[in-house]
Design a protein. Sequence first.
Length: 410
Amino acid sequence: MSDIGTIAIVGAGLAGVEAAGTLRSEGYDGRIVLFGDESQPPYLRPPLSKEYLRGEDALDKVFVHPESWYAEQRIELRLATRVIAIEPTTREVVLDDGRHTTFDHLLISTGASPRRLAIPGHDLSGVHYLRTLPDSDVLRAAVAGAHRVVVIGGGWIGSEVAASIRQLGLPVALIADGSVPLERVLGNEVGKVYRDLHEQHGVELITNQRAVAFHGRNEVEAVETADGRLIEGDLVVVGIGARPQTQLAAAAGLEVDDGILVDQHLETSVPGIFAAGDVASAWHPLLGSRLRVEHWDNARRQGRTAARNMLGRADPYVRIPYFYSDQFDLGMEYAGHAPAWDRVVFRGEPAGREFIAFWLRGGRVVAGMNANIWHVNDAIAALVGSGETAAVDRLVDPTVPLDELVAVVS
Ligand SMILES: Cc1cc2nc3c(=O)[nH]c(=O)nc-3n(C[C@H](O)[C@H](O)[C@H](O)COP(=O)(O)OP(=O)(O)OC[C@H]3O[C@@H](n4cnc5c(N)ncnc54)[C@H](O)[C@@H]3O)c2cc1C
């Protein structure tokens, strides 16, 4: 299978490294070059807001593979190397040192970068963002010297960081623009579970508010909210979402619209050039819509599918979106895609924090989340993927096995 020549991968994150490994495990024998602009070999980002940030996981646990693996797999890992242009016609990538590498097939897995909060005082020291391993190191060191922390953003990064820093013993205030944390993804019913969880662990929640300014001389001292309050803090973490890194693709003339547009095989508008992970906006044949997913599982699996398709397979990417989060003593997994829903029903008591929530639209389960209940997420994903109408009385009845719901819904 070496007749393809060179496969270049731009972006040495999870999607990129999974693609590289899959090329080899599928028997591809040709040249693989994996370009990454960070200095570290590919690593996992989820621990950066959880175990690694809290100092519970050592550095070796965050790397996807030991460094020796790349040589063993004959993967040319070019770290601290930024690709500054892609030339689709000459099939070349241009590097920041001026060199060019030709490719036969290309994967773009450039991920996403944090959205910045452009408000007065944004350049004060003590204002942090979290995306990279060095960001997490810097934040952990800053936590050690801080007295009071303000987290801006009630999404996944914000709420996980607030939980971790609170677990490290510091007072934490969390500013969220919704009425509860995680409202945008989970809605009010399930968001309330997170509100109660954070409050019970002593996080001060400031809801329905936006940050409008940072105050301080050289270092941040307080965050001003839209209602004029000053929330004191000598360390601020901003987690207000991420933007796909599409600049290279757009400049190369690939179709881009909130992500690099790819078909169900993860191929871009230019044949032989693929995209995967946070940066890809992929057509999902089962859900019948285009989706850009910023989650670990999606990066992993899209990287693998893109690799197989670069080798000539035509595997559609049909995985139901999946993600997980751990905050305090609440672990959860979520399967599905629910931009809108009619109602949420529960199997188990949300207040007891051991439950399954189902999001329903037009009688169908469009998403489900298991909280502190394990080994059920595949059944939930199958239910979502079936697209069948669900019987609510059976959904909420804990005596009905979940894997029987797919067969019996009508
Ligand atoms: C703090 C944190 C916690 C998270 N927790 C969870 C979680 O609990 N559960 C979950 O499901 N997901 C979680 N995620 C999301 C998950 O980590 C991402 O979805 C995943 O990392 C995406 O992988 P990727 O390979 O697409 O992109 P990335 O991991 O962003 O990798 C892309 C790489 O490409 C590099 N790059 C970009 N442009 C260039 C260029 N021009 N040249 C060379 N290299 C370039 C980037 O620097 C980066 O190293 C978390 C993310 C963060 C930041």
